[in-house]
Write a protein that binds this ligand. Structure first.
Ligand SMILES: *Cc1c(COP(=O)(O)O)cnc(C)c1O
Length: 388
């Protein structure tokens, strides 16, 4: 008899029993803000990464549609074949200038930027040392590379140094040691101690990759990120970013030296074997970038920080980023809390394993400059009076 493989239905059932089953929800964006229609009701969306409201900014949507007319809807080929058009080159020049690096390379998403960068830079014999809370894309890239993987407890410098000391004794002369962290952590909203991490990476001759996905557009002068805020960008070998969050579009990028970017053009399979992003997206991203770097970017950031201060003041916390987690522990508790908030008209997601470690299920609130102050104070009151 042919053995029966497990059925998809049995896997889904196991997920449901564990409180880990997920479903797609369709919602409609209403107006330019974060009012959302979910089924037949209106809710205020506190789950979007559109931190500055740029996804519906008129200059950006106009740049997008004008560029579609000028450059067509799709790019037609991968970047190395004939998919590189003027907007791609110009965006990469703008990104490098914005970040103050020699060069930059864009990808179709932040996920592919992370996977494509780590898997291309590292090979068997190399060692990659990641913060325990690094995003799935960084872990996947590390795994795909074949390098030896070590993880250090979240933001624990002593443990990072121990792994660096071990790695520097083990790696061959030509081998690479790469330290990987985020600047703002996606599920906790806290920041990495970058100055100390940089000191450690210099001491052991390692490279450093910092994923600034949630800091790009939000922190630092002109929204250049946490490394720029600390004046340390020159010490980060690879700065990763996404155009999908504060920039309001989609796409990812890495800003680094010319040699590192050239190496990625030659080695990164996620870059090489994928059709170039639509040129209109690149054009819209240039508009977004100039807006972020200018006076309007400053105004939007100050409005966002005002909202963050008011939410955090109401709940006795200090804001570090636009992400505000409320850690509840069990999946059931997080799901019940999210359902209770939805009942009151607030869309706040429950985040569960494997996105966060088991036993640390949580509500993850994200604020945006596009929220109204009254939405934020109403949410603060609802969070303060939760019954769970
Ligand atoms: C969102 C995110 C990504 C992925 O970016 P996308 O553009 O959404 O694919 C990568 N790294 C981190 C830390 C993120 O939060």
């Amino acid at each position: 008899m042919v053995p029966m493989a497990r059925s998809p239905a049995s896997e889904l059932e196991a997920l449901a029993v564990a409180g880990l089953h997920r479903q797609l929800r369709q919602w409609e964006r209403c107006g330019t803000g974060l009012q959302a229609r979910l089924g037949d009701r209106m809710v205020v969306n506190f789950s979007s990464n559109d931190y500055l409201g740029l996804a519906s900014h008129p200059s950006i949507t106009a740049a997008f549609s004008e560029a579609v007319n000028r450059w067509g809807a799709g790019s037609g080929a991968s970047r190395l074949v004939c998919g590189t058009m003027a907007p791609h080159t110009a965006l990469e020049e703008d990104l490098a200038q914005f970040k103050g690096t020699e060069s930059a390379l864009s990808f179709s998403s932040g996920y592919t930027a992370a996977v494509g960068t780590l898997s291309a830079l590292l090979q068997p014999g190399d060692i990659v040392i990641l913060d325990k809370l690094c995003h799935a894309s960084l872990i996947d890239g590390a795994r795909l590379s074949g390098a030896e993987i070590r993880v250090f407890p979240h933001n624990d410098l002593d443990q990072l140094e121990k792994r660096l000391a071990w790695a520097s004794g083990k790696v061959s002369a030509a081998g690479r040691i790469l330290v990987v962290t985020e600047s703002v952590f996606s599920m906790d909203g806290d920041r990495a101690p970058l100055a100390d991490i940089i000191r450690a990476k210099h001491k052991y001759g390692a490279l450093l990759l910092v994923d600034e996905a949630h800091a790009f557009g939000i922190l630092g002068p002109g929204g250049r990120g946490l490394a720029a805020e600390l004046g340390l960008a020159d010490h980060v070998d690879l700065q990763l970013g996404t155009l999908s969050k504060a920039a309001g579009l989609s796409g990812g990028f890495v800003a680094a030296s010319r040699d590192l970017c050239d190496l990625l053009v030659n080695r990164s399979r996620a870059f090489i074997y994928s059709t170039a992003p639509a040129p209109a997206l690149a054009e819209a991203a240039r508009t977004s970038l100039s807006l972020l770097a200018g006076a309007e970017g400053d105004q939007l950031r100050s409005r966002l920080w005002h909202h963050l201060d008011s939410l955090c003041n109401a709940l006795g916390r200090t804001p570090e980023s636009a992400i505000f987690p409320v850690i509840l522990g069990s999946n059931e508790r997080a799901l019940a809390a999210a359902a209770g908030l939805l009942e009151k008209g607030f869309l706040v997601p429950a985040i569960r394993y494997p996105t966060v470690p088991r036993g640390s299920a949580r509500l993850r609130v994200t604020l945006s400059a596009a929220h109204e102050a009254s939405d934020v104070s109403a949410l603060a009151a609802a969070l303060a009076s939760r019954a769970d």
